[in-house]
Design a protein around this ligand. Structure first.
Ligand code: ADE
Length: 230
């Protein structure tokens, strides 16, 4: 899978790209490329944003700057690009990222992630260049970079072989294997700590009973709105 990230801060992805699981995914076919708006801007002095028409605080990423950046990298009119590959504008008001959306994106051979900054994008970027607007939650981040990393990270876990253990992503929270419910609780050694015992069934070696117990805990979490605490 090819992932191109358009951003004002390509360096922000250095840490992410260096993580072991991301490097593993690179070995399994993930290619992550960052493109700086500033490297392609047609405006002088590396300008990429401007004040909003109608007034208001903050700066807005310019549509002509995005047009130039996309054209430079893909060599075609960005209006046609979104017909050929998913072009995702990261914005708090977009379609909420969930497991189904991640599956959809992970099935794509190539995606492009557009990061906004400050007040976000000129709306014509979203309207004319993007195939989708994506939100990772109804709150406002300082830019799309963290959201782009969330999309990449959730997506690369779905790539065959990227997790090392073949089953890990199958029974993950919200997967079809768990009927869309959150994952069951996990425990490891020690079997007892400060009087807190691991449920006996998990130590029993009875695979069918373990499966049944896990499915029930997973359902409980799904219907009860998440992990319950004492
Ligand atoms: N950019 C700023 N906030 C965002 C959010 N919540 N989701 C996606 N992109 C964003």
């Amino acid at each position: 899978m090819d992932v191109d990230v358009f951003t004002l801060f390509p360096d922000a992805f250095d840490w992410f790209a260096g993580q072991r699981h991301v490097r593993n995914a690179a070995g399994q076919g993930l290619r992550l490329e960052c493109v700086s708006y500033r490297d392609n801007t047609p405006l002088s002095g590396g300008q990429v944003d401007d004040t909003p028409f109608g007034g208001g605080a903050g700066m807005v990423l310019r549509v002509d700057v995005m047009d130039a950046a996309l054209k430079d990298v893909y060599g075609i009119d960005p209006v046609d690009l979104r017909i050929r590959r998913r072009v995702l504008a990261l914005t708090p008001g977009g379609r909420m990222l969930d497991d189904r959306f991640v599956d959809e994106l992970a099935a794509e051979p190539a995606i492009t992630l557009l990061c906004g900054r400050y007040e976000g994008f000129d709306e014509r970027i979203v309207q004319h260049f993007a195939s989708d607007a994506v939100s990772i939650g109804r709150y406002v981040l300082s830019g799309g970079e963290l959201a782009a990393m969330v999309v990449c990270d959730a997506g690369l876990r779905k790539l065959p072989g990227s997790l090392g253990h073949g089953d890990s992503a199958m029974e993950e929270s919200f997967s079809a294997a768990l009927g869309g419910d959150p994952e069951y609780p996990h425990y490891t050694r020690p079997a007892e700590y400060r009087g807190w015992r691991v449920p006996d069934v998990l130590l029993s070696g009875h695979h069918e009973e373990i499966r049944t117990w896990r499915r029930a805990r997973s359902r409980e979490r799904g219907s009860g709105g998440g992990t319950s605490l004492p």
